[in-house]
Design a protein around this ligand. Structure first.
Ligand code: AKG
Ligand code: FE2
Length: 239
């Protein structure tokens, strides 16, 4: 089952829609990205200081204007639906980058969080997720896997997912996610050297492979289980 959503991904160096295509899109979105960059930088500085690291510990590895930046803005649309049981808007996951700033709009609920998990690779199956009502204004901040590794696993990546109502109507949901991620060439390692040094680029590629590999394995298992149920139902109906 694929996520029921569509999204538009942008980096500073992306090929942007022209003003003819979408008037003022580039200017407005670039300003928004710069604001996100400033907020994210402040949060990262606070986290560095709280952990007892130098204030610029993570900042040194960032830099959205650099050629090798992996930071990305994503505009997401989840389509309106009715009786959506058995579908996902976004399946349970942790974000791969360092810090995600997530913007929602009033009344377009669906985000659920599962804080306090220690591992980012078991996909939150069976755990308790808590709905986080959507509000225009407040920014949801997710810690991602990269920041977890970079902080010697002291900051925990949080599982989250997005669902539409099992029964009844769910309106369209629009969200914006700013994924602040270390530059490809930056070396990441926590001061305690819990994890070996690695470039953010290599780490990102391996984490993407791990996450999507694990997700598709899990999806295959679920599909097999469901096939099994169908087969059993067919057999008992025939018996
Ligand atoms: O749309 C949302 O609220 C969440 C999006 C998300 O978790 C993601 O894109 O990683
Ligand atoms: Fe996410």
């Amino acid at each position: 089952m694929v996520d029921q959503k569509e999204s538009f991904w942008m980096m500073k160096r992306s090929e942007w829609p022209s003003d003819n295509d979408v008037p003022n899109f580039r200017e407005t979105t670039s300003k928004f990205i710069s604001k996100c960059e400033g907020i994210s930088d402040k949060v990262l500085s606070c986290l560095s200081v709280a952990l007892g690291f130098e204030e610029d510990y993570f900042r040194k590895g960032m830099g959205i204007d650099e050629e090798d930046s992996l930071t990305q803005l994503r505009l997401i649309h989840y389509m309106a639906s009715e009786n959506a049981a058995g579908t996902w808007r976004a399946g349970p996951h942790t974000d791969i980058g360092c810090l995600t700033l997530l913007f929602q709009r009033d009344g377009e609920d669906g985000l659920e969080i599962c804080p306090g998990r220690e591992s980012s690779h078991s996909y939150g199956i069976g755990d308790t997720f808590t709905p986080l009502p959507a509000q225009t204004g407040p920014i949801v901040v997710n810690i991602g896997d990269m920041l977890m590794a970079w902080s010697d696993d002291r900051l925990k990546a949080n599982f989250h997912r997005v669902r539409a109502k099992d029964v009844g109507k769910s309106p369209d949901r629009y969200s914006i996610a700013y994924f602040n991620t270390g530059r490809k060439g930056a070396i990441m390692q926590g001061p305690g050297k819990k994890n070996p040094p690695i470039t953010c680029g290599q780490w990102f590629n391996e984490a993407t492979e791990r996450q999507f590999g694990a997700m598709s394995k899990r999806r295959q298992e679920v599909a097999l289980k469901e096939d099994g149920k169908t087969a059993t139902a067919t057999v008992s109906a025939a018996a």
